[in-house]
Design a protein around this ligand. Structure first.
Ligand code: XMP
Length: 517
């Protein structure tokens, strides 16, 4: 296993993902990890990540001194290289000027990290790499025993190495895809230098998770709230494989699901896989509680609380349950840890519905706690879930409730379901579904004029929304082809009675959020 020490860079999670892509398990911990935790983790190598602070600044963070005396390889990236240089007796010069973006580094001498790696060759025969730089401060003197391994025009020490001790530093960011040879640099560090075995594969992750769940719950019964989303679906498949009939899922149909979604979830899990699923048909209850309510936050609260009520009610009918399974994934764990210690520079707020039934006193099973989203998807496929389910766009907990502006009514939801299904079907047909990160229809409760035959009709408006995004914090509206929009709009207006106008949302986030409410 590889330990990654976090100094607050937005790229730290990417480093962990790159190491795992090479096939080796890695975890992120804060830079001030205790000696006991270091001993317990017992890494085969350590990566010091980047960070926003200056090594030259008073009281800026440092790596624990003991990592340099454990006899294991250390790779410092950006701030990590600077703190390594400073802590081992080199010098770092502060600078207010930031170098940011593409750069070309020239490699010097031979070392195991850069072995046989190059993007270009210079006329004097030295290897050049295309890399991504983002730094202000610079190392100006390497510590004793180190030599310079890479230079750029503006950064004379862009890499340093002490091969005897297996300490490596790079000023650029191998974890971002703009650094073309980044993957090979991690392969060299993790597989050759740290001599880890590439055992972190989908099949092993599944096997390992199954063993852990079995050991954790024994012969007890486990309850899971199944939503049909990727995370809870993968948990259901995994637990079913691990403990079979000891798992019961509760699927709440709140009347705000997409077209045929309830049937699809039941077919997939109950029929095909033989998972015990209790379906709670609660459309009337949800719509009843939402009657007359138009404030979005109020609607979210009602939907969330009603969900918990139903979930409690259904689960109270099952005997002998001791555990509640949840689809918590690694980014949630990192973020809530960072939020607690105040070390996070970016904190995403989670707004998933759900909660522990109060009087049940259940313990938690969280089999995806150590996995990134892409790993969750990969093991979903490994567990036999269909590609379309595993790679489906995210869908908010309150469902269509936040896609019908203002008051929610059943006939609005029915119209919206049809419009949404047409949009998604056409996106798939035109090969655009997987080029967008999220796409859906929105119901606007305003009537606009339309002419049908000789008569004027006033009918509802549907808005289409499609965005491209990596992290859902910022998003660009998707530049869908006009022909595709034309086809979708034509079909919606012709096939759905009550709709006479379709618009396309060309707002990016910020300031427009992805959902309309
Ligand atoms: P916004 O609209 O904030 O959405 O740009 C960002 C992402 O979060 C999803 N979203 C929600 N998910 N409950 C959820 O579980 C909610 O209340 C909720 N509101 C927005 C949205 O679909 C997008 O993926």
């Amino acid at each position: 296993r590889i330990l990654i020490l976090d100094f607050g860079s937005q790229y730290t999670q990417l480093i962990a993902r790159r190491v795992r892509e090479v096939g080796v398990y890695s975890e992120i911990r804060a830079w001030d990890i205790s000696e006991e935790d270091l001993d317990e983790f017992n890494p085969k190598g350590i990566i010091l990540a980047g960070g926003p602070e200056s090594v030259a600044a008073h009281e800026s963070p440092r790596a624990p001194a003991s990592i340099f005396t454990r006899g294991i390889p250390v790779l410092g990236i950006c701030y990590g290289m600077q703190t390594m240089a400073e802590q081992l007796g080199g010098e770092v010069e502060p600078s207010n000027l930031r170098e940011f973006g593409y750069a070309q580094v020239k490699l010097q001498g031979a070392n195991a990290l850069f072995k046989d790696i190059k993007d270009h060759v210079e006329h004097d025969g030295s290897a050049l790499l295309d890399v991504w730089m983002s730094h202000g401060d610079k190392v100006t003197k390497v510590p004793e025993g180190f030599s310079v391994s890479a230079v750029t025009q503006s950064c004379p020490i862009a890499g340093m190495v002490n091969e005897e001790k297996q300490f490596y530093g790079v000023q650029f960011h191998p974890e971002v895809t703009h650094t073309l040879q980044g993957k090979r640099i991690f392969e060299h560090f993790v597989l050759q230098i740290c001599q880890c075995d590439a055992l972190w594969t989908a099949a092993n992750i599944v096997e390992d998770a199954i063993d852990k769940v079995k050991a954790q719950v024994g012969t007890d019964h486990v309850l899971l709230g199944l939503s049909g989303g990727v995370d809870s679906s993968v948990v259901a498949a995994l637990l079913h494989r691990a403990i079979g009939d000891q798992l019961t899922c509760v699927f709440v149909d709140n009347g705000l699901l997409r077209k045929d979604e309830g049937e699809q979830v039941m077919d997939m899990f109950a029929k095909n896989m033989g998972v015990k699923v209790i379906r709670a048909n609660a459309e009337e209850l949800f719509l009843g509680k939402l009657k007359g309510v138009s404030d979005p936050e109020q609607k979210r609260k009602i939907i969330g609380n009603t969900f918990i009520d139903i979930f409690d009610e259904e689960s109270a009918k099952i005997d002998n349950v001791k555990w509640l399974a949840q689809g918590t994934i690694y980014p949630d764990v990192i973020e809530s840890a960072a939020a607690k210690t105040g070390k996070a520079h970016v904190i995403k707020s989670h707004h998933n519905v759900g909660g522990l039934p109060e009087d049940m006193a259940l313990s938690l099973v969280e089999p995806l706690r150590e996995l990134f989203k892409d790993e969750v998807r990969t093991i979903g496929l490994e567990l036999g879930l269909p590609y379309d389910m595993v790679y489906r766009h995210p869908f908010p907990g309150p469902g269509l409730g936040v896609r019908i502006l203002g008051e929610v009514k059943k006939d609005y939801a029915d119209i919206l379901r049809e419009a949404d299904a047409i949009f998604i079907e056409e996106l798939h047909a035109a090969n655009w579904y997987h080029k967008t990160s999220q796409a859906f229809a929105v119901f606007l409760p305003v009537k606009s004029v339309g002419v049908v035959g000789d008569g004027r009709r006033y009918e509802w408006v549907i808005a289409l929304r499609a965005v491209e995004t990596v992290d859902f914090m910022t998003a660009r509206w998707a530049h869908l082809p006009y022909e595709l929009l034309e086809k979708v709009s034509g079909r919606i207006i012709n096939e759905i009675s009550g709709v006479s106008r379709v618009t396309y949302d060309v707002s990016s986030k910020p300031p427009a959020t992805i959902e309309w409410e």
